[in-house]
Design a protein around this ligand. Structure first.
Ligand code: 2IP
Ligand code: CA
Ligand code: CA
Length: 377
């Protein structure tokens, strides 16, 4: 499993490079931020490019994992479909080819013949990333890749990625929006039970070199399986003064905002963009819990950060199930799983976390949240 972890850290770093290149290289950046004006063909083309960055990253991850672990081939899922329709109405399947030149040629057909943009993207896809150091020594977990599946969100918080506001992050502080909310998420689950067992998160825009060296990323990982728990982050210490802090989406329902204001007090209730970023805030101790009352996240949003939280002794539960269950918040029956679709739904909704969720580090804090929400939703 340590082999798989090292590979995922590496491909996540490659993915972060592609995400950075799309903002750094002028011809790509133009496409990313271009206003959707002009005729329909132009509008469609700009929209395509935004999706293309996501699709390309996902396919690159899929390609690299499949190459090293062929037994995982049918079980590497993600947010995006690799079938793409270009501005001319032609259907193109985006894949990573054997050589940089071949990939560039294929991408040019999606990008309406924009060879400059296609070559820049292909170069980033085929470039080897810097080596990622992770202290995975002694991490022996008795599970084979043929028992595992993967969920990829190539870029979470796309809207923040495109808007691109730069924040100077300060240790110990949650910043509600900006480029740092955009994350590459790769989660691994057990095919038999659906429990998340490994997660890699890469934050491509963590720190900007003031001397003009560009953006540097940061990576996080966690493994939780059969009694082995390991994580790049240590369990945060309790903040001074006690009391619970929570992070929500700014579009959360008023009734939830009110219940959490009563529980946490107005100073400890925060808002932030990005489902992945909000769970990362719980991992880092910038918030104690993340509550979402709607089914607006998907398996690819929660799988990776869920694995890290488990490694730290916490988890992510299905909020609706938790509210129904008599046994209170505890028990593994209410944890989100990743192997079965919502049979009654179509399209992406098959993989939505339909019941909403609560991400937590501490069971007793989860209980307080459930107590505050019971009877209100
Ligand atoms: C989105 C993204 C949004 C989030 C939404 C996710 O994923 O993380 O920010 O909404 O739930 O599905 P919010 O910020 O209100 O929590 P993507 O950017 O990949 O579409
Ligand atoms: Ca997402
Ligand atoms: Ca995404």
């Amino acid at each position: 499993m340590a082999d798989l972890l090292r590979l995922l850290l590496r491909v996540a770093e490659k993915a972060a490079n592609v995400a950075r290149v799309c903002r750094q290289e002028a011809p790509l950046f133009q496409l990313l931020v271009q206003e959707k004006t002009g005729d329909d063909k132009n509008k469609k083309f700009v929209q395509d490019f935004k999706t293309l960055a996501d699709v390309v990253i996902q396919e690159m991850i899929r390609h690299d994992v499949r190459a090293q672990f062929p037994e995982m081939a049918g079980f590497i899922h993600g947010e995006e479909s690799n079938k793409f329709e270009n501005g001319l109405g032609e259907s193109v399947t985006v894949t990573v080819c054997g050589t940089q030149e071949e990939t560039a040629k294929l991408l040019a057909s999606v990008l309406d013949g924009d060879n400059t943009a296609a070559s820049l993207l292909a170069r980033a896809i085929h470039q080897d990333p810097v080596t990622i150091e992770a202290d995975t020594d002694g991490l022996t977990v008795p599970v084979s890749p043929s028992e595992l599946g993967i969920w990829i969100d190539p870029i979470d918080a796309t809207s923040q990625y495109i808007e691109g506001r730069e924040e100077v992050l300060e240790e110990g502080h949650l910043f509600p929006s900006g480029l740092h909310c955009a994350l590459v998420l790769i989660g691994v689950y057990l095919r038999s039970t659906g429990e998340p067992v490994m997660g890699v998160i890469n934050q491509p825009f963590n720190y900007k070199d003031p001397a003009g060296g560009g953006w540097k990323g940061k990576h996080f990982w966690g493994v939780s399986f059969g009694g082995v728990n390991a994580c790049s982050e240590s369990r945060p210490k309790d903040g001074p003064g006690g009391g619970l802090s929570a992070v929500l989406s700014s579009s959360e329902k008023p009734v939830v905002k009110e219940a959490l204001t009563s529980l946490c007090g107005p100073d400890k209730l925060m808002y932030a963009s990005g489902a992945g970023y909000k769970i990362l805030c719980v991992i880092q101790g910038l918030a104690d819990v993340y509550i979402l009352s709607e089914g607006s996240t998907f398996k690819w949003d929660s799988c990776a950060p869920h694995a890290l939280l488990r490694a730290l002794g916490g988890g992510v539960v299905d909020l609706a199930k938790c509210l129904q269950s008599n046994s209170g918040a505890q028990g593994h029956q209410t944890e989100l799983t990743y192997h079965q679709p919502n049979a009654e739904c179509k399209g992406a909704d098959r993989w939505a976390n339909n019941g909403g969720l609560v991400a937590y580090r501490d069971c007793s804090q989860l209980c307080s949240v459930m107590g505050a929400l019971r009877g209100k939703l």
